[in-house]
Design a protein around this ligand. Structure first.
Ligand code: GLU
Ligand code: MG
Length: 431
C-alpha cells in the first residue's frame, strides 16, 4: 500500500452511522497491532450529530481494534483518492473487551448460540435505498436500471472485487428505489458486510455527484426502505442445515419453530433496536409489505418473520435455501446489534423451550391480521417495551442500554413538533 493512501478504522454507532478515524497508509501494520484511540461518549452521538446525555462524560479512553479480515480497498475515482476501510471492535486501552461495543455484542451472542446449541448462524442483509433524480422511475423497469448506469455496474463490480458477493441489483417498486442483496455468510461476516455495503454505496454515489438515502421513509405516502435479515442455522461441525424438516408445517423444524418463537415473543422490544429512528414506525404498518403485525407466515411479505420459498430448479436443494426473513429492520439500526438481538431472541426460544408459534399459511385472509399482536406504534413506545422486557434488556450492559435509549429519545426530541412529512425529510437528511 502506498504511503499516500489512508486507512480508515471504524465502528458503527447506535444509528447505523460508520464513524472512526484515518491514519496514513504506511501505519497499517502498526494500527492492526495497536489500534487507534476512541472515546466512550462517541457512543452517545445521535444521528443528527449532537451528544445525548450519557454515563460516560468527558473521561475515559478506548481503542478501535481493526479486524484485518474486514478490510476493503476503495479504489481512486476520478480525482478522488482511494482509501482502505477496516471495521473494528471497541476495546479498553489494554485490548480487553469493552462492555458496550456493538460488534462484540454480536460476536458474544453468536458464540453463545454455538456453545449452547452446537449451531451457527448464516445470514444476509437485504438493503433498499433511494437514488433520486433518475430520468426513468418506472418500478422494476429496464429503463430505471439503465438510467442508474454507470453507477449500478460499478457498484456490482466494486462489491465483487472487495468480496461482498452481490447477488441481485434491481430497480425496486418505490420511486427512485433500488435494492441490493448479498450472498448469505456466517453471522458476523454478514453483519460486517451490512456496515460496509452502505458505506460503499454512499461513497460510490458521492463520486458520481449523487446522494443516496437508506431512510425508512422519505415520503410518508411513498414506499419504505427496509433491511430484511435472512436467517438460517446449521450444525457448527457438519454444516448440515437444521431449519428444514419436510412433513412438518411449512417444512419448519421444531428447532426452527422455537427459534422463531423467541423472536416473535420479544418482537415489541426487539424493534427498539432493529428499527430505531423516529420515522421507522411509519414504515412498519399494514399494506407496505414491511411488517403488518407480529406473526410468522409462509411467503407473506407483511409478516414479521417470513418463511422464504425454496426451489429445486437447476438442482437446487431446499434444505440449503430454507430461511427465515426478519422484515422489521431498517438501515437506521446498527447491523451488529440487530443481528445480536435476533440471535439472542432465537436462542432464548430454543433454550427456554418456547411453545411453537402458529404458522400462517400463504393464503391467509387479510382479516386475520386483526388477531395478531401489533408492533409498537412509535419509537417512544418501542423504547418503553425494551426497558420493560427484562429478558431483552438483560442482554445489554447497563451502559449500552442506557445510551441507546438516551440517544433515541434525543433523536425523538429533535423532530418533536414536525409533521410526518417534515419528520421523514429530517431523518432522511441524515440517513
Ligand atoms: N419496501 C418494503 C419494505 O419497506 C419491502 C418490499 C419487498 O418485499 O421487497 O420493507
Ligand atoms: Mg425489496
Amino acid at each position: 500500500m502506498s504511503a499516500s493512501t489512508t486507512v480508515f478504522v471504524a465502528t458503527n454507532d447506535l444509528s447505523g452511522h460508520t464513524r472512526g478515524r484515518a491514519v496514513p497508509g504506511d501505519a497499517l501494520e502498526r494500527v492492526l497491532r495497536n489500534g487507534v484511540g476512541w472515546v466512550p461518549a462517541d457512543l452517545a452521538l445521535t444521528a443528527f450529530g449532537d451528544i445525548a446525555p450519557n454515563v460516560f462524560g468527558s473521561t475515559g479512553d478506548l481503542k478501535l481494534m481493526p479486524d484485518e479480515t474486514t478490510g476493503v480497498e476503495i479504489p481512486p475515482y476520478g480525482g478522488s483518492p482511494g482509501t482502505h476501510l477496516y471495521l473494528a471492535d471497541q476495546t479498553l486501552p489494554d485490548g480487553s473487551a469493552w462492555h458496550s461495543c456493538p460488534r462484540s455484542f454480536a460476536r458474544t451472542a453468536l458464540d453463545e448460540l454455538t456453545q449452547v446449541t452446537g449451531l451457527e448462524l448464516v445470514a444476509s442483509f437485504e438493503h433498499e435505498f433511494m437514488l433520486p433524480d433518475l430520468p426513468d422511475s418506472a418500478p422494476f423497469s429496464f429503463g430505471r436500471f439503465r438510467g442508474a448506469e454507470p453507477f449500478g455496474t460499478e457498484l456490482v463490480d466494486l462489491l465483487t472485487r472487495v468480496g461482498l458477493e452481490p447477488e441481485n441489483w434491481l430497480p425496486e417498486f418505490g420511486a427512485d428505489q433500488f435494492e441490493i442483496t448479498l450472498r448469505p455468510a456466517s453471522g458476523l461476516v454478514a453483519a460486517d458486510r451490512a456496515v460496509l455495503l452502505k458505506e460503499l454505496i454512499r461513497d460510490l454515489a458521492a463520486r458520481h455527484g449523487r446522494r443516496v438515502t437508506f431512510a425508512p421513509l422519505v415520503d410518508p405516502d411513498g414506499s419504505g426502505n427496509g433491511v430484511h435479515v435472512h436467517l438460517s442455522l446449521r450444525d457448527a461441525e457438519t454444516g448440515r442445515p437444521v431449519l428444514y424438516e419436510p412433513g412438518r408445517t411449512a417444512n419448519l423444524s421444531s428447532l426452527g419453530a422455537r427459534f422463531a418463537a423467541g423472536i416473535l415473543a420479544h418482537a415489541r422490544a426487539l424493534v427498539a433496536i432493529t428499527a430505531c429512528s423516529p420515522s421507522s414506525y411509519l414504515r412498519l404498518a399494514p399494506h407496505r409489505w414491511s411488517t403488518a403485525g407480529i406473526f410468522l407466515a409462509e411467503r407473506n411479505r407483511e409478516a414479521l418473520l417470513r418463511i422464504c420459498p425454496t426451489s429445486t430448479v437447476g438442482g437446487g436443494v431446499p434444505a440449503n435455501q430454507f430461511n427465515l426473513e426478519y422484515r422489521a429492520a431498517d438501515a437506521t439500526a446498527n447491523p451488529w446489534l440487530t443481528l445480536g438481538v435476533l440471535v439472542r431472541a432465537g436462542l432464548r426460544g430454543i433454550a427456554a423451550d418456547y411453545d411453537e408459534p402458529h404458522i400462517w399459511p400463504e393464503e391467509m385472509e387479510e382479516s386475520s391480521l386483526g388477531s395478531v399482536p401489533s408492533l409498537p406504534g412509535g419509537l417512544a413506545e418501542a423504547l418503553a417495551e425494551l426497558e420493560k422486557d427484562d429478558v431483552v434488556s438483560g442482554w445489554f450492559s447497563p451502559e449500552l442500554l442506557h445510551t441507546h435509549c438516551s440517544v433515541k429519545r434525543a433523536e425523538l426530541a429533535a423532530v418533536e413538533g414536525l409533521d410526518d412529512r417534515r419528520m421523514c425529510a429530517r431523518v432522511a437528511d441524515v440517513h
